[in-house]
Design a protein around this ligand. Sequence first.
Ligand SMILES: [Mg+2]
Length: 311
Amino acid sequence: MELDFIRWLREHVPSHPRAPLGLSDDAAIVSLAGQSNVILTIDTLTDGVDFRVGVDDPRRIGRQALAANLSDLAAMAARPLAAVISLVLPRDDTGASLKLAKELYEGLLPLAQEYDVAIAGGDTNTFDGPLVISVAALGQPTGRGPLTRSGGKPGDWLLVTGSLGGSILGHMFDFTPRVLEAIVLHERYELHAAIDISDGLALDASRLAAESGCGAMIFTNDVPIAAAAYQLADQEAAANREAAALMHALSDGQDFELLFAATPETAQTILRDSPLECAITHVGELATEPGLWQQHGAGQRQPLAPIGWRH
Ligand SMILES: [Mg+2]
């Protein structure tokens, strides 16, 4: 199977000037013009954990695997350059695995093209187990350097792109990695810190705050709740629809939106300028006191558990 698949890959993975060897050699060459830093990230997705083979379209799974990496690059405000892809396919003699592998790539390649990512190489194996797909991607910071989780300061406002919750209804596959959005924001405004929300707003806000040596407060009335979160609340026949949808927005994984911190002045300028096509919402602030807090309207602040998707 592997030879067939490599032949297929060579025909289908487009050549890219940044990866001059193509898929011909033992390792890839990635050409970087005048770079002092590169950003490197890897994500591994597993059947039964991150998606379900036989239920989810393999093209969507392939897209998701690359898009999750692009989202991590976005969190650092890095422009994607190249990626390598490792597939571990379930062993079979019927050709189903070859078909699966091709379909994964058919979902992944258009996204690579859209974001100008050179597919520089990869590896394919089979075993007596479920599909595992691992993507590593290389990115380039903007002239301002990489954005990190650690630069937040007490009093900073926390802003979030898009809306949150209910990603399991489809957003987890079809999301737009906020690469262009992050670059626009980072180039135009002085952002202090950022993270992509892969594991839930509450958990990822607590991670950003902890790396910044701060605490975080979430204004629960202001969380932008996705329509899908309400849909889930309806499916669950939740007694309190609003509270159930908010819980999804706080804790569902795979939103892949951007959460970032900036001074109140900068944040207000961003909100006034509204420089992105997607919404930007003020959802909270960083605090001196460590921990995660929530405030409901003008009510008292209360502790908020860092709920979210744990791997
Ligand atoms: Mg991340």
